[in-house]
Every structure is written in C-alpha cells, then in structure tokens.
Design a protein around this ligand. Structure first.
Ligand code: CTP
Length: 401
C-alpha cells in the first residue's frame, strides 16, 4: 500500500539499506527505510493519513518518520539529488535520483533497493554489485573519496566487517590506511568518534573490532597510549562472558553494554586522562561519572573485597549496593579473584533482591518512639535477613521486638 500511495502521487518508492541487506543475510532487521523519488514528506503525510499513523517531519532534510499505532516505525527520505556536492573528479554520469541516492552511501552491501510501486512491486535493484559482495563477504566502498567525504565510515567498515564475519576489500583497506595517514580524523569531532566507538561497543562481540582498530591505527584517536594489550583483550573477553551470564539470568534488565566495555578500555588511565578523554568525546556528564568516578571506586572496592573476604552477606550488600549494574559487571569481569567474583554474583542473584517488609508504622505500633533509631532498627533487621538469621515477616517482627 506504500507503493499505491506513491503511485497516486506519481513518485518512485523503494525499500533500501540495512533492511534489504539483512534479508540477504537472513538477519532480523526491523528498521525499514523508504526512499522516495519525488517528495518524501508529502508521501509520508499522505501515507500516514491513510494508516492513521503519527508523523514527525524534518523539512530541512526532506525526511520523515511514520509511527504506527502499535509503535512500529518507518523512516522516509527523499532521494538526494545533490550532484554539485560531489567531489570534482568523480565521473559526471547521468543517474536516476534513486541511483544517485544509493551511490552516495557508504558500502556496496548497503545499496540494494526493492521497488515498491505496484507495477514493479518486489523488483530488486542492484546498481553496484551488492549481491556479489554479499556472496563474497566483502565490505567495499563505492568510490575512492568515500572516506574523505565521511571518515566515520572507517569505523562503520570495521563494525560491519566484524558483525557479519566479512572482510574489508583490498582497495577499501588501502583507502582506510590512506585516510589515517592523511589524518582525516583530526577534522572529526570527538563527539562523532565517540558515537562510532559506542556503536562498535554495542555489537555482540566487540573484541575483534578492537584488534581491527589497532590494525588500522585508529586507537590513537581514542588515546595515543591505547594498545590492544593481552590484558585488555582478555578483559574484553571476560566482559562478554559476564554479560552473557547476566543476560541469561536477567533478560529484561536493561543496561549500557558500551559503558561496561569502555570502562575496561579506559582502565589503564589515571582519572585526569580519563576525564580529558570523556571531555573530548563531549560525553554527557551523567555518563562521565561512570568512567571518571564510579569505576575507580569499583576498583577500590575490588581491592577491599580481596583483602576482607570472607565476610558476612550484610557487609557485601553495604559495599556493593552503591554501584550501578554497569560497574558491578565491570568489576566481575576484571577481577582475577574467584571468591570476589562469587561474592558479586551472589549479590546479583540473591542479596540485591532481599528486602524487609516491616516499616516505620510497624515500629510505631509496637511502641518504639519515632526518631533516628528507626533507621538503625530497620537496618539491623535487613542485616539479619541478609545474613540468614531471620526469614519471614513474623521473624522480622520478633526481631524488632
Ligand atoms: N550511511 C552512509 N554513511 C554513513 C552512515 C550511514 O552512507 N556515515 C548510509 C548507509 O548506507 C546505511 C544508511 O545510511 O545503509 C542507514 O544508516 P544506518 O541506519 O546507520 O545503517 P544500517 O545499515 O541500518 O546499520 P545498522 O544495521 O547498524 O542499523
């Protein structure tokens, strides 16, 4: 029906990008992108009205998001026609607007399109041999100035390469090395580099990507002293193990995977250096505290636990409850001490959930005078419960009596 709307308006309509690529790779992708030859916003408005969907438009870019009543979203763009923005030495060939739009994209594997207009519905359009590259499992740029145009594509090349188990083509790899030699990244803001790094650290297994970033000498854009040392790589692998463990047990608890990996990546640095890196990344201050403060406290806590274990549950609880999930996962990953790791995992699976049911009003009822002593009594009851000395609500009531 999107195709019918386009037909009515006299526009060409195509499904493009990651969605079509992932069809060929048998991967699930729920981000549908449609490119319109004509006016994308007008198309989006008409289509949304028909579907009783909401819509956000970005007039400046000629793009829109259509949001269906069930929350499903489709991105709509207008095929870009900016010939004049092409670097001078590209062949000045005639292209339809969809072909031009696809030509401006990062890699051949992202240039497949499926026609949506009714008469040609479902026809696959492959101008740049994307199917061949998908079959050969290579990441290739479309033209030699691709990385000059947009250096963030270098990080994207590594991300796609590792995600799909592809390899970066020879010419493309050469152009990456060239771009690094030319120091193209110095033009790029820290914020954009951080944004790409974060996406890499959100992938299912970021470890090989770190090695690849090193191969192309990209780690220096995070910090000149950053190297994929054996320790860093083994800590990265340890993070993956811990996250797999966590996700199995607490499937629907959300956390920032990238932050756990980034704590490990920045582990070798002193607070001043870490602060400088976060500042250059233009990282939001709510995240900066994780790397500049909490993770150092996490390391101190590991040290303390190593020296003081075994201790009773209530003490472990008091030590660990100040940390957010990301820092706890970091701590589990980097510790070399089995007892410490056990203590933290016990906190995760058991202690964290422990609570007492009695409240201030219960204390009032049994005649305790209100005051700071309430806190002490309730804390003592929680400690007793954590240490297994009391279990039920009536145990709790007996305890405070
Ligand atoms: N794109 C590009 N250059 C960039 C970023 C994006 O050419 N620096 C193009 C790509 O061709 C991509 C499309 O814009 O197909 C959409 O970008 P994005 O949503 O980031 O890509 P996906 O391929 O959908 O990646 P992911 O699977 O990670 O969402």
């Amino acid at each position: 029906s999107a195709g019918q709307v386009a037909d009515q308006l006299g526009f060409g309509a195509y499904a493009v990008g990651g969605f079509v690529r992932d069809l060929f790779l048998y991967r699930v992708n729920e981000d549908i992108d449609i490119v319109i030859e004509g006016n994308g916003i007008e198309f989006a408005k008409t289509y949304a009205r028909l579907k009783k969907a909401r819509i956000h438009t970005y007039e400046k870019f000629g793009t829109a998001v259509v949001i269906f009543p069930d929350g499903f979203k489709i991105d709509i763009a207008t095929a870009r026609m900016e010939y004049y923005r092409f670097p001078a030495d590209l062949p000045n060939v005639e292209m339809s607007s969809i072909k031009l739009d696809l030509f401006r994209r990062d890699f051949t594997i992202n240039t497949l399109a499926v026609q949506l207009n009714a008469v040609k519905f479902g026809i696959l359009i492959d101008f740049f041999a994307a199917q061949k590259d998908l079959k050969e499992k290579v990441i290739r740029i479309l033209h030699n100035l691709s990385f000059v145009e947009d250096p963030t594509r270098i990080f994207r090349a590594i991300r796609f390469e590792q995600r799909f188990g592809f390899s970066i083509g020879k010419l493309t790899a050469g152009l990456i090395k060239n771009a690094v030699k030319m120091d193209l990244f110095n033009k790029l803001s820290g914020r954009r580099i951080f944004n790409e790094l974060r996406q890499i650290l959100e992938e299912a297994d970021p470890t090989p990507a770190v090695q690849r970033m090193h191969d192309f000498d990209l780690l220096k854009y995070i910090h000149p002293e950053l190297k994929p040392s054996a320790k860093l790589l083994s800590n990265f692998q340890a993070v993956k193990k811990v996250l797999d463990w966590h996700d199995l047990l607490f499937l629907d608890e959300e956390y920032l995977q990238w932050a756990v990996y980034l704590m490990v990546m920045l582990r070798q640095f002193k607070p001043d250096t870490t602060r400088a890196i976060c500042e250059r990344f233009e990282m939001a201050s709510r995240y900066q505290v994780i790397f500049c403060e909490e993770r150092y406290r996490g390391d101190q806590c590991l040290f303390w636990l190593r020296r003081n274990l075994p201790i009773e549950n209530s003490k472990i609880y008091r030590e660990l409850s100040e940390f957010r999930v990301e820092v706890l996962l970091y701590m589990m990953a980097v510790t070399r001490n089995e007892a410490v790791r056990k203590a933290i995992s016990n906190y995760f699976t058991q202690l964290r959930q422990v609570a007492i049911s009695i409240r201030g009003k219960d204390l009032q009822r049994i005649g305790v005078k209100p005051g700071p002593v309430y806190r002490e009594i309730l804390d003592a009851a929680l400690n007793a419960k954590l240490n297994g000395r009391i279990k039920t609500r009536s145990d709790e009531l007996n305890f405070v009596r």
